[in-house]
Design a binder for this molecule. Sequence first.
Ligand code: HAS
Length: 562
Amino acid sequence: MKVSKSLKHVILLELGIPVTLLILGLYHGLMQTIYRAGILHQSSFLKLEYYQGLTLHGVINALVLTTFFAVAFGHATMTFYLKKEPNKFLTWLSCWLMILGTVLAAWAMLAGKASVLYTFYPPLKAHPFFYLGAALLIVGSWIPLFDWAKMYVSWKKNNEETKTPIAVIGTLANFTIWFVCSLAVAYEVLALLIPWAMGWTDTINVTLARTLFWFFGHALVYFWLLPAYIMFYTMLPKLAGGKLYSDLAGRITFFSFIIFSIPVGVHHQFSDPSISQGIKFFQGLLTFGVAIPSFITAFTLAASLEYAGKKRGAKGWFGWMGKLPYLDSENFLFAYFICGLILFIFGGLTGIVNASYSLSSVIHNTAWLPGHFHMTVAGPVFLAIIGMSTYLYAKLSGKKIFLPKVNVIVPYLWMMGVLLFSTGLMWGGLIGEPRRTNLGMTYLNKASPLFHPEWVPTTLLALCGGIIMFIAGMMFIVVFFGTMFSKKKEEAMLELPVSEAYHDEKRIPIFDRFKPWLVIMGIIIVVAYTPAILNANKNPGMGAPPFSTDNPAPIIKDKKDE
Ligand code: HAS
């Protein structure tokens, strides 16, 4: 379909800005593997500190890229399926708030005033602009939800008995989760962190800040994942040459995320002493609940791919795997999606390990963790984002894909890189290698009495994976910007692949309405989180001691100074 110039420009901007920043994000990813493998024995490189680089890496890749993309992709899906454009003023307001927020946070990070990592836990303290920037990015991304909800309600009035398209359910479910979860982080930023960063309050309740962050933080990972799931349900079967095995499965999946995504954040705090065992156990159980929609997805997609393979002439139980269009450069999204899914098999399994209360104590804060999350957020999420960014950019600007043969091998190279990288990290994690540590300074420095030779092979494996990922990332950058700067060849259109359903079950009202799911969501959140917040208030611990960003030891005030 044709869309207005305004909508086209806003989407192109929301795709182009984060991909430009991604160059910095990818560079710092590579630098991490170099520092950690002990190739460098220093705390900074090219005037950028280790933790400054790690913060830029996490914030750009995991917060900025994902948020801009989710909004741009949301505009595209809502417009495409509801055949109506979002409000022009609100669309631009949201875009400018996100840009302003990104500029403020980027300044603070590049100036070395916000080396607090993407989780910004106190007692690490950032410049107020970092927190303000994060808040604006989030608020900017809320705005479209209210506009899309209005579009949906008016569509539904005229189409009462028609099933809501899965992509619309997925987009609204995702942004509802995002809105609710980010209320907690907004409170953390506005009521706790900014007053503390401005010097208006002396200290901060660290446990409360962490609990509010993880209320947001685990739902955040599904905010990253759901746009990819929308693509897998609505596009992948068509791209594979088949049909979606069950339409109902897609609906159940997205509604289940509404109820399970948020009340599981305490599984990141299994080691926090201030929260009681019972709450940890309950949220641990709910974490197994949040894996169910992904298991449903795994079976539904596998059945859809099997159907596609068989339609292409496959025989036997596993023959379908050999018949899929892996290297079709015209159909390149398939390659991006399948590589992401293969990585997610391992990302999901390691997630189940993390969720298992007692096993979590083995892997918590070790290199295992980045091993897990690079097979999730740098797996299906990242590959779906970059594949779809190139696709949407080309379609909406009427350009041809630059270097299509290179484009189709990017995901395979990236997948190989992630597999090596994550294996190195997880192997290292199991033998005690810590995460978020500049190992080259001590543990991977032969001259240090703390040298750990057993981490040499693990970090070298991660380094090899990191180099391959960096090369694949740069190949994507060349394809994306090559496409952006090429000449317009076709009519600019908003066009998305649409899968038909193999089992198109009849409309079941409960799987076509948001209200019941929102009510259940509210109840579970209250039950799971009231005791956690009460615990955090009752056992606040000692409060955050004052810190300086260039020294990891807290600043102890001399009694005489007071
Ligand atoms: Fe996680 C920590 C548990 C999913 C991201 N996770 C993290 C962190 C990040 C992250 C960033 O319980 C670190 C945070 C930090 O900085 O401290 N995670 C889970 C569980 C799941 C899970 C149970 N995580 C994700 C996703 C992420 C993500 C998705 C990003 C997008 N995670 C944890 C826990 C921790 C944690 C603990 C804290 C640990 C600690 O101690 O700190 C589940 O949602 C996973 C369910 C997934 C599946 C897989 C389904 C497979 C599919 C693929 C099918 C393939 C096909 C292809 C069809 C059950 C859908 C076949 C075709 C062929 C040709 C073969």
